[in-house]
Ligand binder design. Sequence first.
Ligand SMILES: [Zn+2]
Length: 339
Amino acid sequence: MHRTPTVIGALGALLLAAAAYAQAPASEVEAHIAAARAAAGQEYRATFVNLCLPAAPRGGGPGRGAAGPRAGGPPPTPDRSAWYASPFKVFDNLYWLGTRQHSSWALRTSAGLIVIDTNFAWATQPEILDGLTTLKLDPRDIKYVIISHAHGDHDQGAAELQRRYGAKVVMGAADWESTLQRPATAAGGVPARGAGDVTVGPEGTKITLGDTTVTVVPTPGHTPGTLSYVFPVKDQGKTVMVAYSGGTLTGAFGTEGARWYEYIASQKKIAGVAAEVGAAVLLSNHSEYDGAYTKARLVPLKREPGEEHPFLVGTDGVQRYFTVMAECALASKLRLGAK
Ligand SMILES: [Zn+2]
């Protein structure tokens, strides 16, 4: 009978903890974290951990955090064995050109290619250009480069694609401004904003190339000019809508309430647009968040009857992703006492 007191003791402690939980000011924070955890499931675990549990160690990667403009001068290329990944055709007209950590995507249209996000400068040749060639696509067909936000891990390749192929660069207005202030020596160079380039204001825009339209939805927060998108792809001839989340982390927000509100409103906005178009695929620019590196190599495998495309998470899966982002932001904002 040694166990009874222990069990009672444990139960008592549990009841006490439950009572404390119900009264503590932290309970509202916990409620948002619980909502985020439920929405995340196993699928969006990394997004949940990185956004909701800020003290947890983050998964590393070459150059993580060394976002170009702030790093000052071109960083050395990390060892290829730490990042190189083969390119994959993911949908009939969408190609993954990422490293193991960061993603670039090529959307093939009837009038050329749209590249979405461009990774670090050192990845332009091995991943984007060689990747396109491996997949029997021609880099000279790149007509647009759409940048989700002006951090080096997503935009350092833009200037080279513009210079070499005349691609038009699309960026949010505020991120254009910060980009144009970079020194000419910045890694990858600085894209020029010419007549054909696109500056996206708060109202958003549509980029149409041939038979394909990308709806650009400003989602300020991660940076002031962050852009997210919805666009159609084909899965074995069938149209599927994609929602692309353009900026994720909130670690730099501090107690600046306006920034938290802006970020939360942005997640609700893109979730709304995604719901409107019935988006059933969720993409990001980090494999950590959408599993792109792993899923891309599953795509060529034979699908058994009833097996779905590996990237298909359903309309509910897309909504849950943005719920994780919004709920974690609500929790963090409260935890930090941001007003
Ligand atoms: Zn960023």
